[in-house]
Write a protein that binds this ligand. Structure first.
Ligand code: ASP
Length: 437
């Protein structure tokens, strides 16, 4: 049994947190490959080391003196080393990095040093081997992650190490420069390592008990989801349930490896288990989660006999394509068709879009309604449970809220409803209460 464990920035923000992390790793010998983030915030007002590195590099790029600011970054690492009582000096690493900043080694290089240095400290503290991600994680000429090359090199390398630390967030380009994933990308590295060793479980340790059923800023103390499928997670993350980097799902999903979200500050909690499929349903809840987002617009096009006009939909979508606009949903009726898009997509393109659609399909009316919020009610149990849609609508109408749009995805694991932005929070609360209380 092999487990790959990834620890987020808040789990490694101080020596005290390092101690918790080491206790977790040492509790199970199966926890063999460790992926750390850079030190995160120690308190709400603190700054993440990654952000300090970006700012420091920007100073250097402007030709300003970075001695003081870089010194603050050194202090963060040195205090962790001192408090852990480690016999380790990063002086030569600091000098190399500072020099590279002055010689403009690139923003990605700068940011990646957060994970790199933290990885060296963690490996030393655990007594594990250190593997520089630049040697085993690769991007291609187009800056795209090169999964096949990485998997081949990484799995061969990991076979040589029984226990190792591989820093998250970065890899190297064909010309040997450093490239990072997008922010929060250590989750992706963890997933890549999990696939490379074909582990039994990828544990992603963070500072929450798992995925919550809904947004805690809107509903008080929502329940933690105990099990969720990859598919459901896709639907929830798309609407902003952001505990895990979206791209972290892909490497492990195809290998069928489950992910367990755990809390470093509450290791007793089981967290959320993300599985390829699941037949287990949390007792009583038909839904797995309900999330939503503001900032959408609905374009409604009406034309009698639209359904009989061959190529109508294609011509409308071609106008969107020509204006480089993506759409989110496309509910349609017999004589009308609605297109849901992100409102920001309309900026500067509104008139061109309307004129284009008029020319393409000559509709009777075309309306754009801004200020729509979408709510996704997600649950694999919905396929089996009768009347779920009716309960969603009853909850919303019971709160005196008008539904502006409905779309049930063909996969039957989600129902999407659109409401006015002003009604968003109330509608979300009403749906949660209908299913959870
Ligand atoms: N340290 C990087 C960030 O702050 C990557 C990560 O933590 O996953 O985005």
């Amino acid at each position: 049994m092999i487990k790959v464990v990834k620890f987020g920035g808040s789990s490694l923000a101080s020596a005290e947190q390092f101690k918790k992390v080491a206790a977790i790793i040492k509790a199970e010998p199966e926890r063999r490959y460790v992926v750390p983030s850079a030190p995160g915030k120690r308190s709400k007002t603190d700054t993440k080391v990654t952000d300090m590195l970006y700012s420091c590099y920007d100073l250097a790029a402007r030709g300003e003196d970075i001695t003081t600011y870089f010194g603050e970054i050194e202090t963060r690492y040195n205090s962790i080393i001192a408090e852990l009582g480690l016999d380790l000096s990063l002086e030569s690493e600091f000098n190399t990095i500072k020099n590279a900043f002055i010689h403009k080694a690139g923003r990605d290089y700068a940011a990646s040093r957060g994970e790199y240095l933290n990885g060296i400290i963690l490996a030393k503290y655990l007594g594990f081997d250190f593997i520089d991600a630049a040697e085993v994680i690769f991007f291609n000429e187009n800056s795209q992650f090169d999964s096949e090359r990485t998997n081949a090199v990484l799995s061969a390398e990991l076979k040589k190490h029984e226990y190792a630390v591989i820093p998250g967030f970065y890899g190297s380009m064909p010309n040997d420069t450093i490239k990072t994933f997008s922010r929060g990308g250590s989750d992706i590295t963890g997933s890549i390592v999990a696939r490379a060793v074909n582990c039994d479980l990828y544990e992603n340790w963070t500072d929450v008990d798992g995925f919550l059923m809904t947004d805690p800023r809107i509903v008080d103390d929502p329940r933690v989801i105990s099990e969720i499928t990859y598919k459901e997670l896709r639907e929830l993350s798309y609407m902003g349930a952001g505990v895990l980097h979206e791209d972290a799902i892909f490497p492990v999903r195809f290998a069928g490896i489950p992910i367990n979200i755990r809390n470093t500050n509450n290791p007793e909690a089981h967290g959320t288990l993300i599985l390829p499929t699941s037949e287990k349903y949390d007792t009583g809840n038909v839904i797995t989660g309900v999330v939503g987002k503001k900032g959408f617009s609905v374009i409604t096009i009406e034309k009698d006999m639209m359904n009989a006009e061959v190529g109508f939909g294609r011509r409308v979508l071609e106008v969107l394509e020509n204006n480089e606009i993506c759409f989110e949903h496309l509910p349609s009726g017999i004589d009308n068709m609605s297109i849901i898009i992100n409102t920001h997509e309309l900026e500067g393109r509104r008139d061109r879009l309307i004129n284009g659609i008029c020319r393409a399909v000559n509709p009777e009316t075309i309306d754009i309604d801004e200020g729509i919020a979408l709510i996704a009610v997600v649950g694999r149990a919905m396929v089996k449970a009768k009347g779920t849609a009716a309960r969603v609508f009853k909850a919303i109408s019971g709160a005196g809220i008008n539904i502006r749009m409905i779309d049930q995805g063909s996969s039957e694991i989600s129902i999407i409803v659109g409401v006015d932005e002003a009604d968003f929070e109330e509608a979300l609360r009403a749906i949660y209460q209908e299913f959870v209380y």
